[in-house]
Design a protein around this ligand. Structure first.
Ligand SMILES: Cc1ncc(COP(=O)(O)O)c(C=O)c1O
Length: 456
């Protein structure tokens, strides 16, 4: 079928898609959080094609009913949030306007990117010296941050890693206590190697970097430049490294400080939580994710760095046809990129600083209330104090895997496995803008049933 034939019907098709999407969103509170009977499409490539109306019919009849409620208020798995109305509208318009951001014709779209980055910098309390870039997610943001750190360290060693590679050069070490798995993936991709990681001890009973251990690891490098990856919110206990003192040590020993704040950076939005990020402004690069606590659709990571020139040495792309590529073009692994700034910009405009802060603080209150409930329960042990939005706990009498299976079959909420200090358990992460105390009551009821205990 020739797609041009459908252009006159586009508005009707879009209305139908919007109707389906809105009905899906309205069902999120009631739909099982774990998909029950996944739809498996079959059949080969159609020759003539079905037409979009028929595809919408298939979506309505077979696909949307089989989707999970992972965008909803009782998905407590990854810290991915949902999608606010403004972000959803923004994302729809990204597809409908399909801007090519890589050439100079897009002055307005790229101005929105710059504006969104400036608003985010303000939200996180980062000084103007930090330049930002949108990437696909936290993993890619960590990769870009480490790439800048690699370039920085190579420059001190007297070579250009982006131009000459790493062959025959001294190793560049990555120092971290509890790095997210994506940092090691980044080390692998960047040619540093996963074994570049020099593990630093944690303070006893925590995931916080022990600064005495960091100081002696840095001293052991005898002045060789290194990259320190600090955490601003780990995935199990939401630990924040002491960024100010880590920055002191990096300065003293000549190390680059990268901070992974994929979700923890949003603590900056709530005055009572912001102290956890003291010293953030002294980082060399900072990674975070808008598709986590900002509640915009997937595909919106962010990297801020004070070393734009080094970043551009790594990510520049030169060709005659690219010469009009715009400044954001040379900051990330992509050449072509989606206008992922628009949903971010739309949600920041629509709800402002206080709207973001209210979601963050409500999620933390809910996590804290769940932690209290766990502590008081006969069926579960709290494995780590609740400090932000994540609760890590274990059943007292049942196998955690069995409890998770029961929860999945029940469908009222979704949690992931967790583990802390050798004990396997469950992990509940709150980040969806829709989650309320009523959801918490349902989560508690589901947990009580799954542990087969008396309802409180
Ligand atoms: C601390 C941290 N860093 C990095 C990531 C990776 O982010 P993404 O899944 O968006 O690539 C996550 C994801 O949960 C995270 O929590």
């Amino acid at each position: 079928m020739d797609p041009r034939q459908e252009l006159p019907a586009l508005e009707g098709l879009l209305s139908e898609a919007t109707r389906l999407g809105a009905a899906f969103r309205a069902s999120l509170s009631d739909r099982p959080v774990m998909a029950r009977a996944p739809f498996k499409p079959e059949g080969g490539l159609p020759d003539q094609g079905l037409g979009t109306a028929a595809v919408l019919g298939l979506l309505e009849a077979r696909i949307l009913p089989a989707l999970s409620g992972s965008a909803g208020p009782r998905y407590l798995g990854f810290v991915t949030g949902g999608s606010t109305p403004a972000a959803t509208v923004g994302d729809l318009l990204v597809a409908m306007t399909d801007q090519n951001l890589s050439d100079r014709s897009q002055a307005t779209a790229t101005a929105i990117e710059h504006h969104a980055l400036a608003l985010l910098r303000d939200l996180f309390g980062l000084p103007g010296a930090f330049e930002g870039a949108f990437v696909t997610g936290g993993t890619q943001a960590n990769l870009v941050g480490l790439a800048v750190g690699r370039q920085w360290a190579a420059q001190r060693l007297g070579f250009d890693a982006a131009e000459d590679g790493l062959a025959g050069q001294p190793p560049i070490r990555l120092l971290a206590a509890a790095p997210h798995a994506s940092l090691l993936k980044a080390a692998a991709v960047l040619g540093l190697g996963r074994r570049a990681w020099l593990p630093v001890a944690c303070e006893p009973g925590t995931e916080r970097m022990d600064l005495t251990s960091l100081a002696s690891a840095l001293a052991g490098l005898k002045g060789a430049p290194a990259v320190v990856a600090a955490s601003a919110g780990t995935v199990t206990t939401t630990a924040f490294d002491d960024l100010a003192r880590t920055a002191d040590l990096c300065e003293r020993h000549g190390a680059f400080l990268h901070v992974d704040g994929a979700f923890g950076l949003f603590a900056a939005t709530v005055p009572a939580l912001a102290g956890r990020l003291e010293g953030l402004q002294r980082a060399d690069s900072v990674a975070t994710d808008a598709h986590k606590w900002l509640n915009v659709p997937y595909d919106a990571g962010l990297l801020f760095t004070r070393h734009l020139a080094l970043q551009e040495q790594v990510f520049k792309a030169s060709a005659a046809y690219l010469s009009a590529g715009g400044d954001l073009f040379h900051r990330t692994p992509e050449n072509s990129r989606r206008w992922r700034a628009l949903p971010v910009w739309a949600t920041l405009q629509a709800y402002g600083r206080s709207g973001v802060a209210e979601v963050v603080s409500r999620c933390c209150d809910l996590a804290s209330a769940l932690g209290d409930w766990i502590e008081a329960s006969d069926a579960y042990d709290l494995l780590a104090p609740v400090d932000l939005n994540i609760v890590c706990f274990a059943p007292k009498h049942a196998d955690p895997a069995v409890v998770l299976d029961r929860l999945a079959a029940d469908g009222r909420c979704f949690l992931t496995p967790g583990a802390w200090q050798g004990r396997k358990g469950l992990r509940a992460a709150f980040s969806n803008f829709m989650t309320t105390g009523e959801d918490l009551a349902l989560v508690q009821a589901a947990l009580a049933d799954a542990a087969q205990m008396e309802r409180p």
